[in-house]
Design a protein around this ligand. Structure first.
Ligand SMILES: [Zn+2]
Length: 267
């Protein structure tokens, strides 16, 4: 006798209307106690296919298949469908949690600790251009902006500030590690790619993602050392990792922090 299948973690679906009532849905079924809407596509194909994405479930069926057969196929596949939907729900939740509410008092991570945004419209005109942090608990970024600043304008101002911070910090960290590793860089550029933290080219220039500024300096240092090591080995060979390890014996731990970290959503 086989053990009962583990109940899918449907709690992750609670409140996820985009997944349970997908846009353009025209069919519904009850699976595992959940009323689930889905899109049905008729196509010239031989089998019934299921796809779960950020917009919920899509079922593709051959033109000749009737509703009873579709329902049976959905029930047969229900454990897989609910697992996929729950995974989508968790991804959606993580994304929501990382979303910054762009208004006075909002917080976002800066160098691995919370940074609170304060709108300070009475700051002098000079400070209007030079937003500066005050070291308190948590650190506060005073922005000389009116209280009714639209979220997009606040986001843009904070992003500019973070990018300036990133450049200054990255330059200092590169100077520190490049000296110790015996390499020289020609140029530093900031990037803002979603999925890439850094890159190096054989002409000696390095790109670092400004979003790294959300992480602790130890984590940023790993990316700096990684890219500097590429100036000696333009690959991920054992020789490359030996250079990284010599410069930073605990690099694996820092690398994990980078992978596990959640970066705020700026849009
Ligand atoms: Zn690399």
């Amino acid at each position: 006798m086989s053990p009962p299948a583990a109940a899918p973690d449907t709690a992750a679906l609670a409140g996820c209307e985009a997944l349970l009532r997908p846009e353009g849905m025209h069919h519904e079924i009850e699976l595992g106690g959940i009323r689930l809407g889905y899109r049905l596509r008729r196509a010239s194909r031989r089998t019934i296919g299921f796809a779960v994405g950020p917009a919920g479930l899509t079922v593709s069926v051959p033109r000749w298949v009737g509703q009873a057969q579709i329902d049976a196929a959905l029930r047969h596949k229900s454990a897989w469908i609910l697992r996929q939907l729950a995974a989508q729900g968790r991804r959606h939740q993580a994304h929501q949690d990382a979303r910054v509410d762009w208004r006075d008092g909002a917080e976002l991570p800066w160098l691995g600790a919370p940074l609170r945004l304060r709108l300070a419209p009475l700051l002098s005109r000079t400070l209007l251009q030079a937003a500066r942090p005050l070291t308190q608990e948590p650190a506060t970024l005073l922005l000389a902006l009116p209280a009714d600043t639209p979220p997009e304008a606040l986001r843009a101002a904070v992003q500019r500030w973070l990018q300036r911070q990133a450049r200054t910090l990255f330059e200092a960290r590169i100077a520190l590690h490049a000296g110790a590793m015996g390499v020289q860089i020609r140029q530093l550029r900031l990037s803002s790619a979603r999925t890439r933290w850094g890159s190096a080219s054989s002409d000696g220039s390095i790109r670092l993602n400004w979003r790294l500024i959300h992480f602790p300096v130890e984590t940023i240092d790993y990316v700096v050392v990684h890219e500097l090591a590429h100036l000696r080995e333009m690959n991920h060979s054992p020789a490359f990792w030996a250079i990284v390890h010599a410069a930073m014996p605990d690099y694996e731990q820092r690398r994990r922090q980078l992978k596990d970290g959640v970066v705020p959503v700026f849009d």
